[in-house]
Write a protein of this length. Sequence first.
Length: 80
Amino acid sequence: MGYSWSRDGVLRAVEDAMREHPDLLERFEVAESRDSSDFTWHVDLDPYGERRVARLVWEAVEYGQLEMIAEQIREAAPAW
């Protein structure tokens, strides 16, 4: 199952990836629009604390690759 390449699609994909990987469960916010420089969607993880940013690629979202999304969440870089 894939997700739409939209803010809502990214939101649902991240929720489903976190549901399948409970160790990743945390608060997050999806950016209002995708990054025009690299065409990824930015997901702020723990936006009121440590704040890390995961950059999700379209293949992971549109093809419903929850394992890839989980890996991108694990590899999220500090926002600072």
